[in-house]
Design a protein around this ligand. Structure first.
Ligand code: CP
Ligand code: NVA
Length: 330
C-alpha cells in the first residue's frame, strides 16, 4: 500500500486527504490487532522522536511514548522547563537542533503558529499533539472508534455539544468533513467555530459527501445520532473563562435525557478526556462548590454508563499515533 505519507508533518486534520486518513485508520487497526496477538515488529527501529510539551498531557504523551517503545523507536520527553525552548533559544533554533538529532518531533502547546514554525525549520516530520486551534491526533482515534462501532464512517451521525470553537470543535468539524460523516454541532452562537474554519470544512465536505450542520438546538443535533461527543467547557489556558462558560453551556450538558433524545439505544458517548464528570478531583470539587453541580459537560451516569466508549477512545490514541509514526517515518 503505497500511500505516500513519508516525511510529512501533521499539524491539522486537513493535512491528510480522505484516502490518507482511511489509510492511517486501517494501519491503526492492523497495529491494534498485531499488538493483541503479541506480534508487533520493530518497524521504527533506530528512530528517535522528541516529545515537546508546554501543556499537561496524560494520553497524548503516553501514546507517543508507548507507540515509540513498542515499535522500536526511542521517545525523548521534553517538558516545558527541561529545554531552552522559547526562553533562551528561539523556536527556529530549537527546531534546527532537534531536526538534526531526531527523526520526528511532537509538539503540544498554545499558539498554533509555534507548531507551524517548528515544522518549517525542523526538516523532519512534526506532529501537533494539541494547540489552541487543532488536535489532529485525537480526531484519528475518534474516527477509528466511530468506525468500529458504527461500521462505516460514511454518513455516520456524530453530534458535538458544548464549546464548538475549541481545538476539538474545530478538529471534529474538519475531521468529519474529511471522513464523510453527517456531523451536527449544538452550541451557543458565540461558541460556534470561526467562519474560515467552517468554510474550509464545507469545501472538504463538498468533495467527500459529508453533511455539516451548525446550530444551537440540542435535540435537533442529537436526533438519530450514532455518537454524541463533548469536551471540557474551558480548555487548557482558558481556565479563567470557566464561570462564563458554565453560564453559557449548562443547557448543553450531556445527560441521560440527551442520550435518549437520539432515539438510538446504541448511540455511543464520546469524550477526548480529561472530563469533568464528578467531584472526585480537585477541579470537580471546586466546580461543585462554585456552581452546585456534579460534573459539567457530562453527567457521571452517562460517563460511567454502558454507552460510554471513552476509554476505548483513549486506547485508540496509542494505535492511531503508532500508525501515524509508521506512515511518516518507516
Ligand atoms: N485527549 C487528550 O489529548 O488527552 P491528554 O491531554 O491527556 O493528552
Ligand atoms: N479542549 C481540551 C482538549 C484536551 C485534550 C483542551 O484544550 O484543554
Amino acid at each position: 500500500m503505497g500511500m505516500n505519507l513519508l516525511g510529512r508533518s501533521i499539524l491539522k486534520p486537513a493535512d491528510l486527504s480522505h484516502e490518507e486518513l482511511i489509510y492511517v485508520l486501517d494501519l491503526a487497526e492492523q497495529l491494534k490487532r498485531l499488538k493483541a496477538a503479541g506480534s508487533l515488529t520493530p518497524l521504527l527501529q533506530g528512530k528517535s522522536v522528541a516529545l515537546l510539551f508546554e501543556k499537561a498531557s496524560t494520553r497524548t504523551r503516553c501514546a507517543f511514548a508507548v507507540a515509540c517503545a513498542q515499535l522500536g523507536a526511542h521517545p525523548e520527553f521534553l517538558g516545558k522547563d527541561d529545554i531552552h525552548f522559547g526562553k533562551k533559544e528561539s523556536v527556529r533554533d530549537t527546531a534546527r537542533v532537534l531536526g538534526r538529532m531526531f527523526d520526528g518531533i511532537e509538539y503540544r502547546g498554545f499558539g498554533h503558529g509555534i507548531v507551524e514554525d517548528l515544522a518549517r525549520d525542523a526538516g523532519v516530520p512534526v506532529y501537533n499533539g494539541l494547540t489552541d486551534l487543532w488536535h489532529p491526533t485525537q480526531v484519528l482515534a475518534d474516527l477509528m472508534t466511530i468506525r468500529s462501532h458504527v461500521g462505516s464512517l460514511r454518513h455516520a451521525r456524530l453530534a458535538y455539544l458544548g464549546d464548538a470553537r475549541n481545538n476539538m470543535g474545530n478538529s471534529l468539524l474538519v475531521g468529519a468533513a474529511l471522513a464523510g460523516l453527517d456531523f451536527r454541532i449544538a452550541a451557543p452562537a458565540e461558541l460556534h467555530p470561526a467562519a474560515e474554519i467552517v468554510q474550509d470544512a464545507q469545501a472538504l465536505a463538498a468533495r467527500t459527501g459529508a453533511r455539516l450542520a451548525i446550530g444551537e438546538d440540542v435535540e435537533q443535533a442529537v436526533r438519530g445520532a450514532d455518537a454524541i461527543y463533548t469536551d471540557v467547557w474551558a480548555s487548557m489556558g482558558e481556565e479563567a473563562k470557566l464561570a462564563e462558560r458554565v453560564a453559557l453551556l449548562r443547557p448543553y450538558q450531556v445527560t441521560g435525557e440527551v442520550l435518549a433524545a437520539s432515539g438510538n439505544p446504541d448511540a455511543i458517548f464520546m469524550h477526548c478526556l480529561p472530563a469533568i464528570h464528578d467531584s472526585r478531583t480537585a477541579l470537580g470539587r471546586e466546580v461543585l462548590q462554585a456552581y452546585g453541580t456534579e460534573g459539567l459537560e457530562v453527567t457521571d451516569d452517562v460517563f460511567e454508563g454502558p454507552q460510554s466508549v471513552v476509554f476505548e477512545q483513549a486506547e485508540n490514541r496509542l494505535h492511531t499515533i503508532g500508525a501515524l509514526l509508521v506512515a511518516t517515518l518507516a
